[in-house]
Design a protein around this ligand. Structure first.
Ligand SMILES: *[C@@H]1O[C@H](CO)[C@@H](O)[C@H](O)[C@H]1NC(C)=O
Ligand SMILES: *[C@@H]1O[C@H](CO)[C@@H](O)[C@H](O)[C@H]1NC(C)=O
Ligand SMILES: *[C@@H]1O[C@H](CO)[C@@H](O)[C@H](O)[C@H]1NC(C)=O
Ligand SMILES: *[C@@H]1O[C@H](CO)[C@@H](O)[C@H](O)[C@H]1NC(C)=O
Length: 362
């Protein structure tokens, strides 16, 4: 129920993504000094992603990018297509967004993280596997997913732990099997339970994203998406017709992870960065953010994904469950929970939502 509300907030704000991006592209900023280390993958043009414009700018294209030099106008003229020129890394590492997650995250680690997903009690037995996650990641690695260095600090392993922690918490059936370790039950589901109660077809978006007859846009994906407009947006990014075939997501684990990574990498709402950006620290808090106690880090990813349904309410079970998954996964991935940072960075208990719900809303 909580999640549904958070998605309602994204309604009607989708269009601002493009507007924000074009706007920020127009504001010229002088390039940062770069060290001239060739950056292999960043020399390749980024694919055009109409629903992904801002993520593309910030992760791999922009001169303010974590990995690349270059100037936004290089690629933003001519309507935001992939006109990026050669760029160089602005970190002392030569690797930027040309890395791959399977360099540091292996099948046996995935098995450890999601050790009960194929057990008899699991609702999506046999659905999820390591290779589907790796295949889905390939689509977003060039944008910095799991591959970001900033100032020679590598964020990849922690980012994968953070992303998967959200996934694990959302898809867990640990509460049902509470007699056992609740953190070992991620990827137990692959779609929303009680999926027939609402078809999530929003009338206001029907002109842009017409709902297919007899279809319900309930939560699907490793980080579930809801509503026809989100299905429509992710369809554009993945070049698939998920408006007419939403069931593809629950039939294909790669696609299910792609939808989830899209949600992680995309600034879906107005005046709000992506979870990727707040996690890697690419996002810089403004004075207002600081006043609202929003700092970059894991807690801010909860804020991006759930807003005031979860954040700014002090400690609560929903939030603590996500944090527990993150700490547990950091341990299993060999990073260690002590690297997670202080509690005020891990948590969003005191953070004001990026987009506070109008007080009339439930
Ligand atoms: C990019 O780099 C290649 C190889 O160094 C060079 O041939 C090409 O002219 C460069 N392109 C631009 C737009 O600078
Ligand atoms: C990188 O380090 C410089 C110098 O310490 C700092 O000004 C800059 O904000 C850092 N960049 C990021 C993205 O953290
Ligand atoms: C599953 O989805 C992926 C990514 O969209 C696609 O490449 C693959 O062909 C799909 N597999 C099947 C069996 O449809
Ligand atoms: C900061 O918050 C104030 C009060 O809510 C608002 O008027 C102002 O526009 C905000 N500034 C920015 C840069 O968002």
């Amino acid at each position: 129920m909580g999640y549904k509300c958070s998605v309602i907030l994204t309604k009607a704000l989708i269009l601002f993504v493009l507007v924000n991006c074009l706007h920020s592209a127009a504001a010229a900023v002088s390039p940062q000094p770069v060290t001239d280390i060739p950056c292999v993958a960043c020399d390749a043009p980024c694919p055009k992603r109409s629903s992904y414009v801002r993520g593309g700018c910030t992760s791999c294209n922009a001169h303010t990018s974590p990995c690349c030099g270059g100037v936004k106008n290089d690629y933003f003229q001519n309507g935001g297509t992939n006109l990026r020129k050669n760029c160089t890394c602005n970190t002392v590492k030569s690797r930027c967004c040309d890395g791959v997650i399977n360099d540091y995250f292996q099948n046996d680690q995935f098995e450890n993280l999601f050790s009960n997903r194929d057990s008899l009690e699991a609702h999506a037995k046999g659905f999820w596997d390591y290779h589907s996650f790796i295949a889905a990641s390939a689509h977003y690695q060039p944008y910095g997913f799991g591959t970001t260095y900033i100032n020679s600090t590598f964020f990849g392993t922690k980012e994968v732990a953070a992303f998967l922690a959200h996934v694990g918490a959302r898809t867990s059936c640990g509460i049902e099997v509470a007699s056992r370790e609740p953190l070992e039950w991620g990827l137990c589901y692959n779609k929303e339970i009680n999926s027939n109660s609402n078809n999530y077809c929003d009338e206001h978006d029907k002109n842009i994203y017409p709902c297919a007859p007899g279809v319900a846009y309930y939560g699907r994906g490793a980080l579930p998406i809801y509503w026809n407009y989100n299905y429509g947006e992710v369809s554009k990014d993945l070049k698939l017709d998920l408006l007419n075939n939403p069931e593809y997501i629950e039939q294909n684990a790669t696609l299910s992870f792609q939808v989830a990574i899209w949600r992680w990498m995309t600034p879906i709402m107005e005046h709000q960065p992506s979870a990727h950006d707040v996690f890697t620290g690419y996002w810089k808090p403004t004075k207002n953010d600081s006043l609202a106690k929003r700092v970059s880090g894991f807690g801010a990813t909860i804020n991006v994904l759930y807003g005031d349904l979860v954040c700014g309410q002090g400690d609560n079970e929903f939030m603590n469950n996500i944090i527990s998954h993150y700490l547990y996964y950091l341990d299993l991935m060999g990073v260690g929970r002590e690297k997670a940072g202080p509690h005020e960075v891990l948590s969003c208990a005191e953070q004001v939502a990026f987009n506070p719900t109008p007080s009339s809303s439930p």
